[in-house]
Design a protein around this ligand. Sequence first.
Ligand code: AMP
Length: 471
Amino acid sequence: MRDKCGVVGVRFDAEKNRDAAALYIYYALQALQHRGQESAGIAVTNGSCLLSDKGMGLVSDYFSRERLQKLAGYAGIGHVRYSTTGGSRPENSQPYTVTYKGGTIAIAHNGNLVNYRELKKELEAEGRVFNSDSDTEVIAQMLARELIRNDIVEAVKEAMKRLVGSYSLVILIGDKVIGVRDPLGFKPICIGRVDGGYVLASESAAIDTLNGELVRDVAPGEMVVLGDKIESYRLFRCKNHAHCMFEYVYFARPDSIIDGRLVYNVRHKIGETLAAECPTEADIVSPVPDSGITSAIGYSNSSSIPYAEALIKNRYVNRTFIMPVQELRETAVRLKLNTVRSNIEGKRVILIDDSIVRGTTSRRIVDLLRRGGAREIHVRIGSPPIVSPCYLGIDMATREELIAAHKSVKGVEFLIGATSLYYISLDGLVDAIGMPKEDLCMGCLTGVYPIEIPGEKCEDKQMKLNHFVSE
Ligand code: AMP
């Protein structure tokens, strides 16, 4: 499974904009569609009741005009999902709604709880019944339990004390839209202002889409409440953070600003760094579309080697069946990508991609370029080797599947058939992101995780969770 999730929250002034929340959420979710294509959902309130609709597929496929019209309300949340914890099933799609003594709440989550099984057992022992196998339902039930005995701020704080893992949440309680970010700030979430209201979104590109203005990121450990104004509660404060480096490398849109950094600039700098760290003579620099484009531009600008497209992507194919016949399997690859012969024939090509996970993509692409007549293919990768699994929201692959967990750089170079292979250095990546190493989660690159994960190393960063200060 490969995960990316996107969350959105919208709160309008009830007097000015009684019915529009769902439409705004719908557009914002489409702006975040790259974060998850498996299911989509929206929950809104009109002040007296909560209305929700969710289902499998792309936002624009599932939500028809009729479905949206039924979701009239001035406050709401939305979610796009590509599964992490919990399989690909309709009952795992979000937002989750949970009814408790005080009403119904809806919640949507980007991230992954490491201790959800333990929490689920505890809640089941109290008689709570679960409808799904998702960690988000565990958060919803925890919150419902705390809301019975606390006000909203205390309830969120009490629930957060028990949650271990990554979570950027949007929650609808009454007509308040709440945003929460875990104390280490793994996953992004930001606040924006739109005409007549406020927005929460995984990425600022969604706020731009709504013609809004980015106010700021939700801080790690912070809870914000969107009502008639924005209220902020810094519930937990850690000495360091653990922002997911992969958001900058691959997941987020290049036009998003995450924790103060424009992703485009980071990727451009990654390309410049690749050129500086491993100077290579070549005729063209080409990206693997779309993930390598910005870094390839950065590489070309700083090396003065011309940028040219070696490959063209067919944007209308998503998943293809795995075809049993080798000949047809190649057709499936060619359906997604084709070469531009005149750009590669007889040429020395520098090929830029963001990452190598299993090695399958690079191997196929190098093969395509060779068949297209490329003389040399120098593969340059915008992240250091991925050697360990991600437990915090990105299900990249198991350790067995991760090619760099078992092979040296030379071994991977041989396997993918490249003339040469170079990965950006860890320091080069950190420098391109422009944040101290101590504030990034790089568990998949180092095998050292910022929170305790059974069977894995967690060394000193683990201290952060033990030492987080509650205000
Ligand atoms: P692989 O073929 O397994 O080596 O996958 C590497 C390719 O998949 C790269 O071109 C990346 O752009 C892309 N990629 C890396 N991580 C992910 C992910 N978690 N979900 C989807 N695509 C990914």
